[in-house]
Ligand binder design. Structure first.
Ligand code: FAD
Ligand code: MG
Length: 317
């Protein structure tokens, strides 16, 4: 790994998130091409503006199918498959609930139980109807909304990795606000939940791997003495409530990391550890509310604990 003196950082604000690109050569033009690439995908996939390809699908809910570009179709198809898996906490049709809570946006609030009950029937992933030949997506009920907020950054991080490789870059890091992807050897910090500034629990050494973290400390608000965070349980319509403060997934592809952070949030530590035993290429770092750092395995990364108020353990049983 080159020394840090030769490191160049480029920053942007896209997808409502700080974006950071690190290179080992000074190349403004390359950084600008990468930020443009991210922006093009944001424009296709966002649900935070009135217009995008995903919004065209949402606007036509209950009316007609909408033909979209191949990358958007492929991502929605992948998101639907992850949503249909048994006991999956991941749900691409969660949009009506995300828009109801507005967590991380102006106007967030705890909705009434009646409002949540009203929206839950509009979040059935099986009502996202795909047509491979027409490359079209149809939301069967009016009021349905696709939301790719949990995985679009992972998909885009993989495209950034591909683009950097195609341009002959062998050492680079991209951070899309929680989705880190690497080319070459890097050390990635594991954030300390709810701590101010850049406090870290530890560091993760990886080589050309994705490191995706989802945490309850990222987007939340407090009301009635409770913290309400943005990862929703598609079964209840309320934020997932378990022992986890954050989950980090180390994997070759950031899209897998993104899907698995949400799946693991739904499963919790014990079931999450059990599920990962069948997926050797996916590894997790669980950070619990009572300050355990649990590593599912350490095949493709090395972890160093930097904060001794946390205990480091492995998956047991
Ligand atoms: P993750 O844990 O990966 O995902 C949580 C997000 O996924 C939630 O915010 C919600 O959108 C969705 N979600 C919640 N529960 C579930 C579930 N059970 N299954 C599936 N999905 C779920 N933020 C802004 O403030 N302004 C913007 O203009 C803006 N534009 C964006 C454009 C794009 C293309 C993307 C990808 C994101 C944008 N964001 C924006 C951020 C976005 O609103 C989410 O906060 C962000 O994507 C969450 O990612 P995460 O990695 O922090 O959390
Ligand atoms: Mg995610």
């Amino acid at each position: 790994m080159p020394t840090d003196e030769r490191l160049y950082s480029y920053c942007a604000e896209l997808m409502g998130s700080p974006i950071l690109l690190k290179l080992y050569s000074h190349d403004e033009a390359l950084a600008s091409r990468i930020f443009q690439l991210i922006k093009r995908y944001e424009d296709l996939l966002t649900v935070n503006r009135a217009q995008s390809q995903v919004m065209s699908i949402n606007h036509a809910a209950g009316q007609h199918p909408v033909t979209v570009s191949l990358p958007v179709y492929a991502l929605i198809k992948c998101a639907k498959a992850a949503s249909m898996a048994q006991d999956s906490a991941f749900n691409l049709a969660i949009g009506p609930l995300v828009k109801l809570w507005r967590i991380g946006f102006q106007g967030h609030r705890v909705p009434s139980a009646a409002e949540i009950a009203e929206r839950l029937p509009l979040t059935r992933p099986q009502d996202v109807i795909l047509d491979d030949e027409a490359c079209s997506v149809f939301l069967a009920q009016a009021g349905m909304e696709i939301d790719l907020g949990a995985i679009a950054k992972g998909y885009i991080a993989d495209r950034v990795r591909d683009s950097l490789r195609q341009q002959g870059v062998s050492d680079a890091l991209i951070n899309l606000g929680g989705n880190v992807h690497t080319l070459g050897n890097w050390s990635v910090g594991l954030k300390k939940p709810f701590a101010p500034g850049d406090a870290l629990i530890g560091s993760i050494e990886v080589a050309s791997q994705s490191v995706v973290t989802s945490g309850v400390y990222e987007r939340y608000f407090e009301q009635d003495g409770k913290r309400w965070h943005h990862i929703l349980d598609p079964r209840s319509g309320y934020p997932l409530d378990n022992e986890l403060d954050s989950v980090t997934i180390i994997s070759a592809n950031s899209l897998d990391g993104d899907i698995w952070t949400t799946l693991i949030y739904g499963l919790g530590v014990v079931k999450g550890c059990a599920a990962l035993r069948h997926h050797e290429d996916i590894e997790a770092i669980f950070v619990t509310k009572n300050r355990d750092v649990i590593l599912s395995s350490q095949r493709n990364f090395r972890f160093s604990l930097l904060d001794d108020s946390y205990r480091l353990t492995g998956c047991t049983a």
